[in-house]
Design a protein around this ligand. Sequence first.
Ligand SMILES: [Zn+2]
Length: 67
Amino acid sequence: MRFCRECGAKLFYDRTLKEYVCKSCGLTYTFQDLVIGSDRILTEDKYKKDERKKIRKEYLEWWLSKK
Ligand SMILES: [Zn+2]
């Protein structure tokens, strides 16, 4: 059984699309998506989010210091 990376719901295999479909959030995954580098993708996503958060915080601090 495969689970959705976004919401954790069960994935259903769609024979027509040849993809796994999350019926909870609507995301689709190919078999390769699920098998190859899933940890890497998750880490990259987390890194990007942290990075964006950091940039916003720095901007806010700069903006506040101008006043
Ligand atoms: Zn989902």
